[in-house]
Design a protein around this ligand. Sequence first.
Ligand SMILES: CC(C)(COP(=O)(O)OP(=O)(O)OC[C@H]1O[C@@H](n2cnc3c(N)ncnc32)[C@H](O)[C@@H]1OP(=O)(O)O)[C@@H](O)C(=O)NCCC(=O)NCCS
Length: 327
Amino acid sequence: MNTLNASIIAIGGYVPETVLSNTDLEKMVDTSDEWITSRTGIKERRILDNPALATSDMASFAVKDLLENYAIDPLDIDCVILATSTPDRILTPAASLVCEKAGLKNAWGFDLNSACSGFLYALSVGASFIESGRYKNVIVIGADKMSSIVNYEDRNSCILFGDGAGAVLLQPNTEGRGIQQNIFRTDGTGAEYLTVRAGGSLLSTSEETIHNKQHFVQQEGRTVFKQAVKNMSGTSKELMEKASLTPEMIDWVIPHQANLRIIQAVSEDIGIGLDRFKINIQKYGNTTAATIPLCLWDFKNDFKKGDNIIVTAFGAGFSWGSMYIKW
Ligand SMILES: CC(C)(COP(=O)(O)OP(=O)(O)OC[C@H]1O[C@@H](n2cnc3c(N)ncnc32)[C@H](O)[C@@H]1OP(=O)(O)O)[C@@H](O)C(=O)NCCC(=O)NCCS
């Protein structure tokens, strides 16, 4: 019997219409388009400003986009894994809402939270379901409404993040194409450098936590920057060695979009030119779990059968890793 691989056979995406540009941010905090562009590469980001909509809505729009464009019957979907750090509510899996909103009547689903590495981890979990033969149609989503946890008075963080969602459909492949290998790591000693301190089981929301703005993302940018470069490069090089791939053999790298300078440093470190990196950070900023599927969505027409693709991410936790996909 041939080996079963999990292959990405369809991609969907959604970004809200409302654009928050660097010029808009200049009116909100002490910053400038020049500073943001030169330090991060970001020009604008999308914001879900309709108060009636949340992460599950963006995720279900991305799923509907996928189903419609590839003429896939929603009733064929077995399972949904939603990577997010911003579920609609703490106690309601947003994946249940996605199954309902996108009409996936035969699917079950669950949320997976690993911040900016969430989509990559979810892809690996989804691939395991396919490789085991247990399921034939697994949807993996990365979606985050970062505007719901960003402090728009903090210039250190509010310039970075945006809202969005991307989704892929995994199906079995017996020709050796699809997800091949990954190397994933976590290090909880990094927890304090990038976090939302209140609203979880350690520190419930109270008047005091709200007054102290502890329900918003807080980070120490420089430490996160250095760790992101070191670790995305580290696991990408380790993975290439494990898979007997040289930099010349890699067609595309899809990096988590946190900062253009992080991406440039990774490119230099792993010896793969920036022309082979997929980059859309200028349009969307850092959409956390959504950056990688939104990159797949934006550039889907560039990927050719048999391409060697490295996907790499880094995020809160710290959590990070790299995956090798044969398209
Ligand atoms: C946040 C980040 C863009 C800051 O860039 P940086 O080059 O490291 O800048 P620093 O933090 O060293 O700050 C340099 C100066 O710019 C100022 N600054 C910070 N944000 C600013 C802004 N939006 N506009 C203008 N000045 C700003 C700082 O206050 C500091 O001023 P000082 O020298 O007077 O103290 C960068 O560290 C980064 O991207 N880190 C990774 C963050 C990330 O990706 N998080 C999510 C990971 S998944």
